[in-house]
Design a protein around this ligand. Structure first.
Ligand code: NAD
Length: 421
């Protein structure tokens, strides 16, 4: 088989990880070399220079990306990341994962990802707004409600989505709420979107505990990452009766706190998780190695590797983050007999409720919180059943089964649409 986009390297970048998972799925599905060529190639890549006038008048240039990995099953869909370390390879990898994730959830979308290589913590609010608007303007020709629909990811939130929606709308000459999801409610956002990814992670934890015969009441969980995914997963898990024993962010971790909501209040006041009064601090690696029932990596890629996987003591790992595990880390967890719920299933609650938001925007008719919650639960339970049945029937890991369901759906769509001309 030839690799259409990138030659395989010996290091494990997120793109290597994504390609090796795709290769395995294609082999297990007995798809052809033509399928490999089609599915391993991103359809459109836009790299842009994003100029920013800083508050002091200096002009700086940042690299921005938008990768539309697939549009076979519908418009492409995926987050916008503001992080100093992003590059094109990682953005392609994350866009590929979005493709299988949307297909696994059976949403009428392809997959995309984008971002700017910038540390948003170093921007003032006004600088963040100017950067967001200019990035939107640079990628404007290829986004739109029928083409490609961005959403928040690491380092961006509903405020950025409001600026993106406004920039697009000003250029269109009328309001286009459906161009992004994860917007504020008053601009056409959906109830339940803010917590959706964390809520979905919690549903996966609940189902995994059930399958392992562990009572959620009093079960323990450690969560790496205390952002949009980690925080809301922690809140939902506490509500289910689990004990969140430790959480961490880029500054380090905290343990020995009473409740996640209390902890969040302190973080909002001091801006730092690793020095909250009345808690004990721990490193991110120590958090990964805690003797808990459930571990939720919900920060960045490559947290669980050859180096960190051997020390994991949790029975269940639910991947809130995208691509938190390298193939070597995955093999070690499988050898240890851990039950790993893969990212494309564990965190797909976010894109499911983004889909609801887009549907509501298209119809100009908005749902109740209960409708959102019930529909999220039913789509997730359907995807879980599909993966569980496949894993059981064919003696696969849940990662293999989830990838096969997603990849098979995209391959089938390619076959049915045929090749133009
Ligand atoms: P976020 O920016 O809101 O939060 C990221 C968190 O990770 C922060 O607490 C940050 O301090 C922490 N972090 C950063 N570097 C770290 C490090 N080296 N060690 C430990 N913690 C670190 O981002 P988010 O939206 O919560 O996204 C987290 C992950 O979930 C990403 O992989 C993202 O792609 C994935 N995801 C997000 C969504 C969504 O709806 N936001 C949906 C699906 C998947």
């Amino acid at each position: 088989m030839t690799m259409a986009f990138k030659e395989r390297s010996s290091t494990e970048s997120p793109l290597d990880t994504a390609l090796s998972q795709l290769r395995r799925a294609i082999e297990q599905l007995r798809l052809s070399e033509s399928d490999w060529n089609t599915l391993s190639t991103p359809r459109r890549i836009l790299e842009v220079a994003v100029p920013l006038r800083r508050d002091d008048g200096r002009v700086e240039m940042y690299k921005g990306y938008r990768v539309q990995y697939s549009t076979t099953r519908g418009p492409s869909k995926g987050g916008v990341r503001f992080h100093q370390n992003i590059d094109l390879d990682e953005t392609v990898a994350l866009a590929m994962l979005m493709t299988w994730k949307c297909a696994l959830a059976n949403l009428p979308y392809g997959g995309a990802k984008g971002g700017v290589a910038v540390d948003p913590a170093k921007l003032s609010l006004a600088e963040n707004e100017r950067l967001t608007r200019r990035y939107t303007s640079e990628i404007l020709p290829i986004i739109g409600p029928e083409r490609d629909i961005p959403a928040p990811d690491v380092g961006t939130d509903e405020r950025n989505m409001a600026w993106m929606m406004d920039t697009y709308s000003v250029n269109a000459g009328f309001s286009v709420p459906g161009v992004v999801t994860g917007k504020p409610i008053v601009l056409g956002g959906s109830l339940g979107r803010t917590s959706a990814t964390g809520d979905g992670v919690a549903i996966l934890v609940r189902e995994a505990l059930k399958l392992k015969g562990i009572d959620p009441k009093g079960a323990t969980v450690a969560i790496q990452g205390f952002g949009k995914v980690g925080y809301w997963a922690a809140i939902a898990l506490e509500q289910m009766g689990l004990k969140v024993v430790a959480v961490s962010d880029a500054s380090g971790g905290a343990t020995g706190f009473d409740s996640v909501a209390d902890l969040k209040k302190h973080v909002q006041e001091s801006g730092n998780l690793s020095s909250v009064p009345g808690t004990d601090s721990l490193t991110n690696t120590e958090l990964l190695h805690l003797g808990v029932d459930v571990l939720v990596p919900a920060a960045l890629s490559d947290a669980i590797t050859e180096a960190t996987a051997p020390g994991i003591k949790a029975k269940i790992v639910v991947e809130g983050a995208n691509a938190p595990t390298t193939p070597a880390g995955d093999a070690i967890m499988n050898d240890k007999g851990l039950f790993v719920i893969p990212d494309i299933l564990a965190n797909c609650g976010g894109v499911i409720v983004s889909y609801f938001e887009w549907v509501q925007d298209k119809q100009n008719y908005f749902w109740s919180a209960k409708e959102v919650k019930d529909n999220l639960n039913s789509i997730l339970m359907r995807a879980i059943a599909e993966v569980s049945d496949k894993a059981k029937g064919e003696h696969l890991t849940w990662r293999e089964a989830a990838n096969m369901v997603g990849v098979a759906r995209v391959a089938q769509a390619h076959h049915l649409r045929g090749l133009y001309p």
